[in-house]
Design a protein around this ligand. Structure first.
Ligand code: ATP
Length: 434
């Protein structure tokens, strides 16, 4: 192969300095051990496309596990090897994670397979990948550090904005790639290649999606639901008849689409305010997807996707809690904060966000947003200890008084410590009189 162009400058520009340094030293270490080391996969694709990505995947031509151990030792990190697959994860002291895989020499030393073993092991590893855009590698050994290796036309396909498989049996080999194709197409605003579309259609029609464990489909589906815009992916899956091929009751109609759009808006609002709080978008979208279904259908789809019964039941339970809380909210004659709080406090945050996305009335939306932004963090101005000091005993009455103080506080009737203590004293007098 002719040497590829150098993208050393890109590495330097796009990587945090410590990571650049780590890659450089890793290449030197590999060289000293007689291995070839490459940066591969999504991080290379994203670097070429100028998109941020810090998930480091390395391929070692040689022995990935031996190399991973040496790497961990050199950097003072921790290694978790996976002997069976000859892969390893190295965690560096600063918290960075490096994934290593082996391009096995012996595997390809079959008679006549590939004469030029050195180059071809990496090439074969890359040939097994899903789409051309994911097949680039960057050499890390010192004499070729930063050299971009592109065997399968990835740069051309990035220029042409195309998602293309590497060969015509790709979806037969692994039908879960159908979902991956759609995910990348929509994420990057690319187009599926013409041939790739027709290979997908054939694979879908032939029912190949039912040939792999449901769990793998679920995994890819969840990835889609974690994308920035799952709506467009779902539209495409619908168009390609992928959903019904997974399960006949899996649909993406206008109604569910609208729910998806509102979930997305709600998540957007939430993430702007709470960047550090984790919610699982895919879970909210699952609630939307299954909302119109009866429980038997949900269980049947869950089974097709290899979900554990408990997990499917948890989804159903969540769905029930959302329905219940919306019903209870709707039945309130007057919306007092303490009353709304009492209804919402037992719901999980995700359930609340879903209910929020589903509410049509501005009043309800406001209740949810006030709960999320303020009520849920409300702490009454007094604690149980304060009440013990003025003569309460440790019994349920103390709890009742604290709850009342909290409610009054939420409603704005009690504003400070003094106000709360007054309330508590009156409460106590009432107790003593009764
Ligand atoms: P993301 O940015 O979503 O993490 P990624 O490209 O890193 O995208 P991963 O799912 O983490 O995607 O996969 C890492 C690499 O492994 C991909 O670049 C791809 O080439 C390869 N890969 C993953 N799944 C498959 C598959 N089913 N078939 C072939 N190759 C795959």
């Amino acid at each position: 192969e002719a040497p590829g162009k150098s993208i050393r400058h890109l590495l330097m520009e796009r990587m945090p300095p410590d990571l650049y340094d780590t890659l450089k030293k890793s290449g030197e270490l590999a060289e000293s051990m007689g291995f070839n080391l490459f940066l591969v996969g999504g991080i290379v694709r994203d670097m070429v496309m100028r998109i941020e990505n810090l998930d480091v995947d390395l391929v070692v031509e040689g022995d990935g596990i031996i190399f991973a151990k040496a790497l961990a030792e050199a950097f003072g990190g921790k290694v978790s090897p996976h002997e069976k697959y000859k892969t390893a994860v190295v965690r560096l002291p600063g918290g960075r994670r490096i994934d290593l895989a082996t391009a096995r020499l012996e595997y390809y030393r079959m008679p006549g397979a590939f004469p030029e073993v050195e180059e071809s092991t990496l090439k074969l590893d890359l040939y097994r990948r899903d789409f051309t855009i994911n097949t680039m590698a960057v050499a890390l050994n010192p004499h070729r550090f930063g050299e971009l290796i592109d065997f399968f036309g990835a740069q051309r396909d990035i220029r042409e904005k195309k998602i293309r498989v590497l060969h015509s049996l790709s979806f037969v080999e692994d039908p879960s790639r159908i979902l991956r194709a759609v995910r990348f197409e929509k994420r990057f605003n690319f187009c599926l290649g013409k041939q790739t579309v027709s290979l997908i259609s054939s694979a879908v029609q032939a029912g190949f999606l039912r040939n792999i464990p449901g769990r793998r489909i679920f995994h890819e589906m969840r990835q889609i639901l974690q994308e920035e815009n799952p709506v467009r992916c779902m539209d495409r899956l619908h168009e390609l008849k992928v959903l019904e091929a997974i399960h006949p009751d899996l649909v993406f109609d206008e109604r569910i689409r609208e729910s998806f759009v509102s979930v997305r808006e709600t998540l957007f609002w939430f993430r702007l305010l709470y960047t550090h709080e984790k919610v699982r978008p895919w879970f909210l979208y699952c609630l939307a997807l299954t909302e119109p279904m009866n429980p038997e259908t949900v269980m049947s789809i869950a089974e097709a996707l290899g979900l554990r019964r408990e997990d499917a039941e948890m989804l159903l339970a969540s769905r029930e809690r959302v329905r219940e809380l919306m019903k209870r909210l709707a039945s309130l004659s007057e919306i007092l904060p303490s009353k709304a709080f009492g209804i919402l406090e037992d719901a999980a945050l995700e359930e609340m966000l879903y209910a929020m996305s589903r509410s049509r009335s501005a009043t309800f939306k406001k209740i949810f947003s006030t709960y999320v932004t303020s009520w849920r963090n409300y702490r009454p101005p007094v604690s149980g200890k304060d009440l013990l000091v003025i003569g309460f005993s440790q019994n349920p009455e103390l709890g009742r008084c604290l709850r009342e103080i909290r409610d009054q506080g939420l409603n704005g009737e009690i504003r400070d410590f003094a106000g709360a203590m007054d309330y508590a004293r009156t409460f106590l007098r009432g107790l003593r009189q009764s």
